[in-house]
Design a binder for this molecule. Structure first.
Ligand code: EPZ
Length: 420
């Protein structure tokens, strides 16, 4: 795992059809959510990625019985053997989403102790809003320098008002509230598709969740949650990454099994640049409509705005556009590291804090690049595909965390990409 480099011979058009895997950011919340259930659950369409394997290790360590079939993208989890509410620091640091064990274990046992989460270094990533939500629900914050620790009987009838829109904080509060016998209302919530998916999963186990996808979520918990067999939604960010990769190589690619309405912010930007985006029920076809695309300005925002997770991939496409593009990153403070790397390929970039200016050049040339985080890694793969010559990407373990078999998918579309 991760001990190889990716080698890309650039300049080939991607052509053909590809399929999107299940959503990473849904999977990483739905798996811990099973701990809230009093019966076994089954989940389908799980992406075969490293983050899922880490979560399975944690579930097993907690005492759950897990049967995972990576080939069928299926998992059966029996949480009845779980009696402890502590996730070791070592395990927690293996990924960001380990923080969802806080909400799930607190909701199940009235106590959760989880080491500080790891994950991508994309700027400061506090969890104050998660803790604020747990306290509003009735828990005490007993965290120390090593462990996040919350404890207390959660009470019905509470309101949580987030000071800042947070995906993780919203999902964690939903998890904690799912077994409270009575109503909880969450205000100023995030609206990402994975929040709706988690709400649907909690509802399928017997909680009542209303308003997910808006900025107010009302949850009527159920102290005994029952078996569910649930299929998670396709990955919005993988869909977007493939759309951008197709556009970057000027090929014609159909991305199947996706949800086009989740992609509107990206589709609109691609259209503005001169990329044709044809949407059908569950597929999107990308076609180039110009030899050189037009420069555009991008500002990242919470859903339904332009997703920060696609800012890094699309920034590569902007390096060869006609004119000067501006990117404003408003969600994370350190999410332009891919731009330092792409400068080695001849891109003209100026970064000033949360702003990046990209002056389009005609072509990029191959180089040896370092993936600094998950989406930066995907961005560099796109840069390699669109450039002339050979690109080598190191630190590929970042990419494996969140993209299912990315090089196989690209190879089927005609990319010359291999592990070395
Ligand atoms: C989730 O991170 C995703 N991670 C990220 O995906 C994604 O970039 C992000 O949401 C935004 O969409 C997972 O789902 C595991 P936030 P999260 O809480 O939950 C601040 C990827 O590449 N904030 O919405 O950490 C925070 O610092 C990853 O797939 C607080 O101030 O994001 C940030 O500026 C990377 N206090 C902003 O809010 C808090 O308590 C949004 O963060 C929580 C967050």
């Amino acid at each position: 795992m991760g001990s190889y480099k990716l080698k890309i011979e650039g300049g080939r058009k991607l052509e053909g059809e590809t399929y999107v895997s299940g959503g990473k950011n849904t999977a990483v919340a739905v798996i811990p959510a099973v701990l809230l259930c009093d019966e076994p659950c089954e989940i389908d369409n799980l992406p075969d990625i490293e983050d899922v394997r880490v979560l399975i290790d944690i579930l097993k360590e907690l005492g759950a019985q897990v049967e995972y079939d990576a080939e069928r993208r299926h998992i059966a989890i029996d949480p009845r053997g779980v009696t402890q509410c502590r996730v070791s620091s070592e395990q927690s640091q293996r990924m960001r989403a380990s923080y969802y064990f806080l909400g799930a274990l607190l909701g199940r046992f009235g106590e959760a102790q989880v080491g500080y989460p790891g994950g991508c270094n994309i700027g400061s990533r506090p969890v104050d809003q998660h803790l604020k939500a747990f306290e509003a629900l009735g828990a005490a914050d007993l965290s120390d320098t090593e462990y996040l620790h919350v404890k207390g009987e959660l009470k019905p009838g509470r309101r949580v008002v987030f000071d800042k829109i947070t995906v993780g904080g919203t999902m964690n509060a939903m998890l904690a509230a799912a077994r409270i016998p009575g109503k909880t209302v969450l205000y100023n919530t995030a609206r990402e598709p994975h929040i709706v998916d988690l709400a649907n999963f909690l509802s399928s186990m017997g909680a009542t969740v209303v308003g997910a996808g808006t900025n107010t979520i009302r949850i009527t918990g159920c102290p005994k949650l029952h078996h569910s067999s649930y299929t998670i939604i396709p990955d919005q960010i993988e869909t977007g990454t493939l759309m951008i990769a197709a556009a970057a190589t000027h090929g014609i690619v159909t991305i199947c099994g996706c949800i086009p309405t989740h992609m509107e912010a990206l589709s609109c930007k691609l259209l503005e640049m001169g990329v044709m985006v044809d949407e059908e029920d569950d597929r999107i076809t990308i076609r180039p409509a110009r030899k050189r695309y037009r420069a555009v300005n991008i500002k990242t925002e919470e859903y339904p705005g332009f997703p920060t997770d696609l800012q890094q991939p699309i920034s590569m496409l902007l390096t060869t556009c006609e004119g000067c593009s501006k990117i404003e990153e408003t969600i994370f403070s350190n999410r332009f590291r891919q731009l330092n790397e792409v400068e080695k390929m001849g891109a003209q970039v100026l970064v000033n804090g949360q702003l990046a200016m990209i002056n389009g050049v005609e072509k990029l040339h191959g180089a040896t690049l370092e993936a600094t985080d998950l989406r930066a890694g995907a961005a560099l793969v796109i840069a390699g595909l669109m450039s002339e010559g050979t690109t080598l990407i190191t630190n590929t373990e970042y990419i494996e965390r969140g993209y299912e078999h990315i090089e196989e998918k690209l190879r089927i579309l005609g990319a010359v990409i291999s592990r070395v």
